[in-house]
Design a protein around this ligand. Structure first.
Ligand SMILES: NC(=O)c1ccc[n+]([C@@H]2O[C@H](COP(=O)([O-])OP(=O)(O)OC[C@H]3O[C@@H](n4cnc5c(N)ncnc54)[C@H](O)[C@@H]3O)[C@@H](O)[C@H]2O)c1
Length: 324
């Protein structure tokens, strides 16, 4: 079986690739070829013999065409211009997030080739009334260009599946925390930074008040959910291919209290409030309350607590608690 990861050098793409390469986990068959495409790859990924890295812009027709000609059985579509960048650069977001994804679907349709596609959508497709509990039947109502682009692609994934052109599943990711490495251009970046930086002995800021709540999932569980989305039988999904992933509702205050329990008050005190109107205008429109019983009954998973989320990060990244 051939597997393609679009956006394979990203935070989640890289993890997904190494999980598939080392553990398999895909029920459709043995992985004989694992190909990743991204704008650029670090040297160590090129040298890793367990997958092939192709550098290119998937929204360019020639790049996507050569990938599609290989006829991968499963395509994980994770490439995106993330939320903050898509809001600041509208043309780039539309070209990559929307037109690139539409072109991928059209190339499959016009070649009469029907891969299974797992599309990384986002809970950013919801917005507005943050007091409302989002359920399986709540329709998208994005309040950002990124959320709008994701919602448009989800609808296309649904319709191309209904018509039998592809077999797609769109999983709506909560904010993934704690993300290792450096801050990124996602407007949710601070939701990792306020844990990661203090655990590294560094200061961090959050742009919203401590009472603000968010819908979170750990990197470990989201990778399990990507694999599950690829494995789930199409018959169980029917015509509705949009799955809002389970997560936990956590306030900034609860994250800092958990950090204090785990690493002590001096570490937690390294995070402080620094209001940012641009970030507030986006992240405070994301609903934090979800009823994901349908996704859970389909076998999608979540973390049990914010402590588990932080402890997982410390364990996975082998973080030594700062001595302050
Ligand atoms: N991490 C989160 O909190 C979160 C939350 C909701 C949704 N998502 C979605 O999950 C997916 C993966 O997220 P991530 O956190 O790994 O993001 P990321 O930014 O680390 O990875 C995305 C990758 O896509 C690549 N990419 C962008 N444009 C490209 C192009 N034109 N051609 C080829 N590659 C291109 C980037 O270079 C990057 O490596 C994204 O689609 C994102 O929108 C993530």
């Amino acid at each position: 079986m051939k597997v393609l990861i679009v956006g394979g050098a990203g935070f989640l793409g890289k993890r997904l690739a190494s999980t598939i390469a080392t553990q398999g986990g895909l029920h459709m068959g043995q992985v004989a070829q694992l190909t990743l495409v991204d704008l650029a790859f670090p040297e160590e990924m090129h040298k890793d013999g367990s997958f092939k890295c192709i550098e290119g812009d998937f929204s360019e027709a020639s790049v996507m065409q050569s990938l599609i000609e290989e006829k991968p059985d499963i395509i994980f579509h994770l490439a995106a211009v993330v939320s903050g960048e898509a809001e600041k650069n509208f043309e780039l977001g539309m070209r990559v997030n929307f037109q690139g994804s539409l072109q991928m679907l059209e190339m499959c349709r016009s070649r009469d080739y029907h891969p299974r596609i797992v599309f990384a959508s986002s809970c950013g497709v919801f917005g507005g009334d943050v007091k409302q509990t989002i359920s399986h039947t709540t329709g998208p109502k994005p309040r950002s260009s990124y959320g709008t682009q994701k919602a448009m692609v989800e609808l296309l994934m649904n319709d191309y599946s209904r018509r039998g052109f592809v077999d797609a599943r769109s999983i709506r990711l909560p904010t993934i925390s704690v993300r290792p490495g450096k801050p990124n251009a996602a407007t949710s970046s601070f939701l990792s930074g306020i844990v990661r930086e203090p655990l590294n002995g560094q200061k961090a800021t959050y742009p919203v008040q401590e009472s603000a709540k968010f819908w979170l999932l750990s990197p470990k569980k989201v990778i399990q959910n990507f694999l599950h989305a690829a494995n789930i039988d199409a018959g169980k999904l029917g015509d509705d291919r949009m799955i809002t992933l389970p997560g936990i509702t956590v306030s900034v205050e609860e994250m800092l209290q958990s950090l204090e329990r785990i690493a002590g008050p001096k570490v937690a005190a390294l995070a402080s409030y620094e209001p940012d109107e641009f970030l507030q205008s986006i992240v405070l429109t994301w609903p934090p309350y979800f009823d994901t019983s349908v996704a859970e009954s389909l076998g999608f998973v979540k973390d049990n607590s914010v402590d588990e989320l932080i402890l997982n990060y410390i364990q996975e990244e082998k973080i030594k608690l700062p001595n302050i």
